[in-house]
Design a protein around this ligand. Structure first.
Ligand code: ANZ
Ligand code: ZN
Length: 825
């Protein structure tokens, strides 16, 4: 018998599937519902790592299964190919980023094909293709027309190493998400998308989505909507009320009676204005200068020792107590949130509490946790919960939630909603990106490039190093930059900034519906056929940026009339990370990296796929286990060896034929156990795949093999078994299906088998024993036991005996497998 040798079968079937166009999805397939099974398209870094396999080969099980259940499945793949890494690698190796990127795409495509996944390569797209990015530019123009793309001077995050701007979402812990460089703040003019216009919808529309709770929470926190109030404080200097006043944003106006001082952010413009009134201005100025050197992250750190300086000579007046309170400057208050000033309530805000303790400022309790016992406990930290008001004049006793708006009104304040979300800075001063399609004319200002002139192609460049002055390298290509103004016809200049790659990736799924369309981003017909995406499987690292941007762009295009849906992804599932066998993140420096190519060579793609799916729950981070993959390899070997009985039957048949016997009785398996195991597996494995519980699906297959391995299955049973294996290990299933069983059509065109309910029922049932309709006992009995037998057992029950003492049974009601009711006098 032949040994299981994946290297002999896998390439062969991959070529066969491609030649037969098995996974090319038609936009309409008669009677079949469409399903785009979407995974996040990779960045062409040059080499597939095991994480790519996890992200693409495992969801392929889902795509294949859904195809078998009768859906018209599209499993698309593409490349998110612009971006800094290509540019940096190109600078380092002195090659063109395009050459570098295209070489990587070619190599990775080959590697991707070795997965044996059911990708529809006919729809492959790449964001660096002018046929693609003309639509990225088109999207920009549409948003520009609507006032959703604009240019403004802002304080931006600047990575000194990459010499480019970063979006807020790209700054993690105060550092560049790409190279960990400390990010500084720089004021420059930038192109921005007005995502803040969508802040409320980005929060509210989450409710209708079938998404992981963690992802929804991450999005909510990112938008950071807080309901609060703006409260005005009058200012007094040397005991005299001044004409100026200042405003604070608070989410707890109910605590206003407990506001015992105010704190301004170091950036607050009023400090400068009050210079002459502030007696210790030199000291204040010094503090402000020191604060400028700190990152936002350190400033926000809750536990950090608080610092600050009082603004001597001026006071604020609490609008409800009318008391004069001191004003401070402290770096824990941020300049770019709310009004850049807070009313400090040390009794009910921990940061204020720590500050007050350090500088010996008054602490006044105004929310009582144990009302109506008016003795408020003295706490050694702030009480931040709700409660009832005390020491708050006519509001005493009121519930704090209610008091919020009553006190706001009383103090002449106004309700206000604040958002943490800032507009999306999309321009980058770098070469390797989509040119922003606008022209700057000295006379007419910024003019959009006309739609018919798209794409604005990225010119070939020799020197793509970023300039020290922060301008894009494109600024050096004079021939490209110089262009006539579309409005007045005078000489003007092209915009030399390029777009953040997150713009490219926030609409790519729409293009999959109609990837070759030259007239439109995608035709309405194909959009309707495929979108919104019913299932999007990807990494938890995209919980905010990519998913938020895609949602924004979808909503904007919907408002503009190009899309008919408000949310791009109806269901979203996250996968975890594969860790090294030491439980640490895989990295070259740790030496714990697993190379999928090596594994494929050693075990074959089927084993690698199946092991990845078997490792554990798909959404968890799981360490690689070298013994685990051996186990799965053995399992596939057992499946291979299991073909023996069938094979020998074939041999038997040939032998019979040579004796002139044409009809050989198929062995009839009356083995209920085998039939039961198969039917159970059809249902359970199918349900598991549908719910992305791949690991338990594979345990189900293992159980099934245990149950049937030593039986001689009928051909139908054996084929069913292979169909269940097919989504997980597509090559071995195809090999046996066609080469051993002699089927002429691919197993991957077969339907997922149907199961018979009757085999799913338990063999043991709980049977209720009643007397006159009252339950007296429960019997665990074999299914389908006859009435006489049950009655006999019932009369044997101690409890029944007790209740029947001295009585006679008049009638018996029996419901098979459910109950027996003895009616007595
Ligand atoms: C008084 C108060 C009393 C507050 C209390 C809290 C508890 P979120 O939920 O994040 O919106 N705050 C306002 N502007 C700030 C700024 N620029 N920098 C730092 N902190 C600022 O937080 C809003 C609360 O954070 C506001 O409510 C304010 O403190 C503070 F018992 O006002 B609160
Ligand atoms: Zn002009």
């Amino acid at each position: 018998m032949k040994k299981y040798d994946p290297s002999k079968i896998e390439k062969k079937w991959q070529r066969y599937w491609e030649a037969k166009k098995l996974y090319v999805s038609q936009n309409q397939a008669e009677g079949r519902k469409n399903l785009m099974a979407l995974v996040e398209f990779p960045y062409p870094s040059g080499n597939l790592h095991i994480g790519h396999w996890y992200a693409f080969a495992v969801p392929d099980i889902y795509a294949r299964y859904q195809r078998m259940t009768g859906l018209n499945v599209m499993y698309p793949m593409g490349f998110d190919a612009f971006g800094l890494p290509a540019e940096n690698a190109a600078i380092k190796n002195n090659i063109n980023p395009r050459d570098w990127t295209e070489k990587n795409i070619a190599y990775m495509t080959k590697q991707l094909k070795s997965m044996g996944a059911s990708f529809d390569w006919s729809r492959q797209l790449s964001t660096i293709d002018p046929g693609y990015y003309r639509w990225t530019q088109w999207v920009f123009l549409k948003l520009y027309e609507k006032g959703l793309a604009y240019r403004a001077k802002t304080l931006v995050n600047w990575c000194p190493k990459d010499k480019t701007v970063l979006a807020n979402e790209q700054v993690i812990g105060g550092r560049c998400f790409r190279d960990d460089e400390l990010v500084i703040q720089k004021e420059i003019k930038q192109w921005m998308f007005k995502i803040t216009d969508y802040a409320d919808r980005l929060v509210d529309d989450l409710d209708g989505l079938d998404w992981p709770e963690v992802t929804k929470t991450a999005q909510r926190n990112w938008v950071g909507r807080s309901e609060g109030a703006i409260i005005k404080f009058e200012i007094a200097a040397s005991g005299k009320r001044q004409a100026t006043s200042m405003e604070v944003f608070t989410t707890r106006p109910d605590t206003l009676f407990g506001a015992t001082y105010l704190v301004l952010a170091p950036e607050h413009p009023l400090i400068e204005n009050w210079q002459s009134r502030i007696s210790n201005f030199e000291e204040v100025k010094k503090y402000i200068e020191e604060a400028e050197l700190k990152t936002e992250l350190t400033r926000k750190e809750e536990a950090r020792e608080k610092t600050g300086v009082e603004l001597r000579g001026i006071k604020a007046i609490n609008p409800v107590t009318k008391e004069e309170i001191s004003i401070w400057v402290a770096d824990y208050v941020l300049g770019n949130y709310g009004t850049g000033a807070v009313m400090a309530v040390p009794a009910h805000d921990q940061r204020d509490y720590m500050f007050a303790e350090k500088f010996n400022l008054p602490v006044k309790m105004v929310i009582c946790p144990n009302y109506p016992e008016k003795t408020c406990p003295v706490l050694d930290k702030a009480y931040e919960e709700s409660g009832n008001l005390v020491a708050s004049g006519k509001f005493d006793g009121m519930d704090s939630e209610k008091a919020k708006w009553e006190i706001t009104k009383f103090a002449g304040g106004e309700k206000k909603t604040q958002y943490r979300l800032r507009d999306w800075v999309l321009s980058r001063q770098r070469y390797w990106g989509v040119p922003i399609p606008v022209i700057r004319c000295a006379k007419c200002g910024y003019q959009p490039v006309s739609e018919k002139d798209l794409p604005v192609e990225l010119p070939k460049l020799k020197d793509f190093k970023p300039s020290e002055d922060g301008r894009s390298p494109l600024a050096k290509v004079e021939k490209w930059v110089r262009i006539k103004c579309p409005k007045c016809g005078e000489w003007a200049e092209r915009e030399t900034d390029t777009m953040d790659t997150f713009v490219d990736s926030s609409w790519y799924f729409i293009r999959y519906a109609d990837p070759k369309n030259k007239e439109e981003l995608a035709s309405q017909e194909e959009i309707q056929a495929w979108l919104p995406v019913p299932m999007y499987i990807g990494g938890a690292e995209h919980n905010t940026m990519h998913l938020l941007y895609s949602r924004f762009l979808t909503k904007a295009l919907c408002d503009l009339g190009y899309l008919k849906f408000k949310e791009p992804f109806t269901a979203r599932r996250n996968h975890g990370l594969i860790l090294g066998s030491d439980g640490q993140k895989m990295s070259k420096s740790r030496g714990n990296v697993i190379d999928p190519d090596d594994l494929v060579e050693k075990f074959g793609a089927d084993t690698v796929r199946m092991y990845l799916a078997f490792m554990g729950p798909y959404e968890y981070d799981i360490p690689w286990d070298p013994r685990g993959i051996q186990g799965v390899f053995r399992f596939l070997n057992r499946i291979w060896n299991f073909i023996n009985p069938v094979r020998s039957r074939g041999t038997l048949r040939a032998l019979a034929a040579s004796f002139g016997i044409n009809k050989l009785e198929e062995p009839k398996i009356s083995d209920r156990e085998a039939e039961k195991a198969i039917n159970k597996a059809i249902k359970e494995v199918g349900d598991d795949i549908k719910n992305l519980k791949f690991n338990t699906g594979i345990s189900g297959l293992m159980k099934l093999l245990n149950a049937v391995e030593d039986k001689w299955l009928t051909r139908k049973q054996y084929e069913t078994f292979l169909k269940l294996i097919a989504p997980f290990a597509p090559h071995i299933a195809e090999e046996i299906w066609q080469e051993v069983l002699g089927n002429k059509q691919s197993i991957h065109l077969e339907a997922w088998p149907e199961y018979d309910e009757k085999y799913l029922q338990e063999e043991i049932v709980d049977l209720v024993l009643q007397i006159n309709g009252k339950t007296r006992d429960v019997l665990r009995v074999a299914r389908d036991l006859a009435e006489e037998k049950i009655k006999e057992m019932a009369l044997d029950s101690e409890k029944i005996k007790r209740h029947l003492e001295g009585k006679q049974i008049k009638k018996t009601i029996f419901i098979k497998n459910r109950l027996i009711n003895l009616i007595s006098n």
